[in-house]
Design a protein around this ligand. Structure first.
Ligand code: FAD
Length: 503
């Protein structure tokens, strides 16, 4: 990560400075703007909304409480994100938690179990965490978990990539993983990684995460940002871009990408009629939005046609404010409940939201639509119905503290539901090969966004890396250096004809 940053900085001053418009002010667009600035170009980042951050955006309600688009966790295995924090001088904003994983016990409502990672080097710390946990898996199950994962350890990334055609459930069956491991470990993992059930999720996603956790001593350690993302992370990136002569504009909705006769970009048309011309253009839009804006002339090109196979997954983020403090856990928790994925008590985990007296739970509700494995289309339900269903699940997680029948139970003060109908791309089997490179066949147009091809999944790390790779493509092109980023030709040869069924 640092080497790529240094490489981009070293390009500063070597080529004539260009003006590059970056569409989308999520983490990927902002990272792209930052690294373009570092390599000596003028970045103009355009964000449609009046708040930055996209899927990490947040805003305050009438009481001043922060509403977040998603509960976000940083992992030790996020090298580009960690490097970005270091470059911006804001590492102290990451609140690292004890190196452990906390799971609710399904059979024992109200109880939790932790996998404690001792301070030993990887992979010994993970082995110890699994072996020392006595509550979740039996000794035999622990032994049975090892052999199916051996090919990953021996063959590495090649094996991991080859598993993309296989769902998590199919992989477990093929390699004789006990059913209970699927239920106890892989369901929570799949829901946390892609808001999807394991029979829908590509095994490559799980193995990619596991590979990092096994090989990097701090890979699975988690951190919370110390406050809302627009102020605590996006703002320093914006300041960095401004200091280097760039701009970040809010409320700038791109409505059309207008082309020249040779299919290159002529200009962008914004809502309200404004026309913006630049030397180069980068899209850091979500895949579904980009597909809607795709100019007709590009839509028949195989490079862009492959995007028919990518689509965002729905997810719901819930905030529940209680009138008292619940069981105090200073960590991300895997709820292991049918409707919920991970959650955290933000009144404990996050400095800005800290409240000694009253809890605020932030919960990810998943899977929440058929594509993700849910039998109920929760994304179409009312906020009240979603909160009611969540409270029922919480009665099992907090049996002595939450429940209508409890005379002195914790009372809900208020709630807020944020629906994201299209979030990260659905990492269902067979999709990885359709993720496009940042370099495109268009001479003045580059792609960014967490869904573009990079080794991290649809995540904050993936978004930052994709933005950085896009900046590399543009900066190297300015110097006529052939792109080091995955060759466009690879994608032109692979010609997907139509989207597989079910998406
Ligand atoms: P986006 O954030 O979607 O940014 C795209 C931007 O484009 C948006 O700001 C949008 O407003 C803008 N835009 C759209 N249309 C236009 C237009 N016409 N003109 C101009 N701008 C436009 N990742 C983790 O690593 N850890 C986590 O714990 C985690 N939890 C998550 C929980 C939830 C509920 C969700 C939804 C996501 C979570 N993620 C997590 C994933 C992470 O948030 C994303 O991978 C990442 O933020 C994507 O960044 P991006 O810049 O690629 O896309």
């Amino acid at each position: 990560a640092k080497a790529l940053s240094d490489k981009l900085k070293a390009l500063d001053g070597q080529a004539k400075a260009k003006t590059i418009v970056v569409i989308g002010g999520g983490l990927s667009g902002l990272a792209c703007g930052k690294y373009l600035s570092d390599s000596g170009h003028k970045a103009v980042v355009l964000e449609a909304r009046d708040v930055l951050g996209g899927k990490v955006s947040a805003w305050q309600d009438e009481d001043g409480d922060w509403i977040e688009t998603g509960l976000h966790i940083f992992f030790g295995a996020y090298p580009n994100m960690m490097n970005l924090f270091a470059e911006l001088g804001i590492e102290d904003r990451l609140q690292w938690k004890r190196h452990q994983m906390t799971f609710a016990m399904q059979e024992f409502p109200g109880e939790f179990t932790t996998f404690e990672f001792p301070g030993w080097p990887a992979p010994l710390n993970m082995a110890a965490a699994i072996l020392l946990n006595q509550k979740m898996l039996s000794p035999l199950e622990k032994l049975q978990t090892g052999p199916p994962l051996l090919p990953m350890l021996v063959e590495g990334q090649r094996f991991i990539d080859a598993q993309d055609e296989c769902s998590v459930t199919d992989f477990c069956k093929k390699y004789g993983m006990p059913d209970r491991i699927i239920k106890e470990v892989f369901i929570p993992m799949a829901k946390a990684l892609d808001f999807i059930d394991p029979d829908k999720l590509s095994m490559t996603v799980v193995l990619t995460a596991m590979n990092r956790f096994i090989n990097e001593t701090d890979g699975s350690q988690t951190a919370f940002l110390d406050g809302n993302q627009p102020d605590r992370l996006c703002k320093p990136i914006v300041e960095h871009i401004h200091q280097r002569g760039g701009k970040v504009r809010l409320g700038a909705v791109i409505e059309e990408i207008v082309l020249n006769e040779d299919a290159s970009v002529k200009h962008l048309r914004l809502r309200g009629g404004e026309v913006l011309e630049a030397d180069e253009y980068v899209s850091a839009l979500p895949v579904d939005v980009f597909k809607r804006l795709l100019p007709a002339q590009w839509s028949s090109m195989p490079f862009f046609r492959q995007l028919d196979n990518l689509e965002g997954i729905p997810v719901i983020n819930i905030h529940l404010w209680f009138d008292r403090k619940l069981k105090n856990i200073d960590a991300l928790c895997f709820s292991r409940s049918p409707l919920l994925s991970v959650y955290a008590d933000m009144s404990t985990c996050c400095k800005e939201y800290y409240d000694e007296e009253r809890s605020m739970l932030e919960l990810v509700f998943a899977p929440c639509a058929a594509i993700a494995g849910s039998s109920v289309n929760w994304i179409a339900k009312s906020d009240d119905e979603i909160v009611e269903a969540t409270m029922k699940e919480l009665e099992r997680l907090f049996p002595t503290e939450i429940g209508e029948k409890l005379a002195d139970g914790a009372r809900l003060r208020k709630s807020r539901v944020v629906k994201v109908p299209r979030s990260v791309y659905a990492a269902v089997p067979g999709r990885n090969k359709f993720r496009p490179s940042q370099a495109t066949p268009i001479r003045n147009f580059t792609l960014a966004g967490d869904w573009t091809s990079q080794k991290f999944l649809g995540s904050m790390e993936g978004a930052v890396l994709a933005g950085k790779l896009a900046a590399q493509v543009v900066s190297e092109r300015a110097l006529s250096i052939p792109s080091q980023v995955k060759r466009v030709a690879d994608f032109i040869i692979e010609q997907p004809s139509k989207a597989p069924e079910g998406i």
